[in-house]
Ligand binder design. Sequence first.
Ligand code: ADP
Ligand code: MG
Length: 336
Amino acid sequence: MDTAKVLDVLNAIGAKIEEEKEYLTELDNVIGDGDHGINMARGFQMVETKLPTLADKDIGTILKTVGMTLVSTVGGSSGPLYGTAFMKAGMTMAGKTEMSLEDFIQCLDVAIEGVKMRGKAVQGEKTMLDAMIPALDAMKAALTPDAAPKTILEIGVGAAWEGVEYTKTIIATKGRASYVGERSIGHQDPGATSFSYILETISNCLYGGIMVGIVIVSHSEKLAEGVVDVTKIMADGCPIVAAGGMEDGSFGTSYEKIMMAIESVHGPEGVLVLMDMGSAVMTTEMVLEDLGYDDVFMVDCPIAEGAIAATLASCAGADLAGVKQEALSSKTADKL
Ligand code: ADP
Ligand code: MG
């Protein structure tokens, strides 16, 4: 991700914390002093007001500024803790304007070291570390050369929430929650929860909503558009476009229309093209040869039923192979 994306992500984190403010505060009410949501929301609100001034700065400077802002505005112990975490990450990213997945994992690594140092805490004391450390470990373990960054982050998010569940089973020995001792059992840690929301927001902001695109090629403009309309009723939100008829709307298939349609829905997850027959197939083949993408597939299936199956799968988060498989299954699905 580049600098602009980092700013987007920070904005999204602010919005998520604001959304979960009451809930985080409620959690802190049970085992602490009931201010975690309020504290975090105050800090991230101030961060949001600073973001526009950071547009031309490197990622290191942005993260350090976030950290310093949190230290001075959050109030509770989560201020210096999250503040240290962001400042340490900022040091790792000093001068950089691009952040890779490896960079991100490195940032989480040093952030954890920072929290351990500042809070004099280790794993298993019912703190934010009980979500942070499992998330880091899971992502490191999943980091193989051919693993998709999206999958690795999702694994991290899953491990963080499992960590939150684990905090219910242990006694707090650090922070205010340690005052309630045994009574803290059965209740999840607010800091572990807020961290999991932060990681989840980063994952959603980077990879959420990115779906396989779908193109419907037909000799008839009306038919292609009609198929798209039907899928919108069943699975709204999927990037699907019609490439029907000729440029002037007459009957036939248009190289330009098909190419533009594919380009308009082509994203990181690729595109599936459904065609009626004859020249629709041949023209699409020519477009694909010229585009040279390795993530645009044609599928041999009925266009209406296939489009519905494909858009439902795409909306459910399936990858290109999975969406193609669903579209193909429409070929043999019984209607009666
Ligand atoms: P305070 O406890 O000062 O009211 P917050 O309510 O904002 O601050 O934050 C509480 C959260 O901070 C806890 O749920 C826990 O995750 C985390 N926390 C508190 N103390 C420590 C510590 N020493 N080390 C690591 N995390 C801690
Ligand atoms: Mg508190």
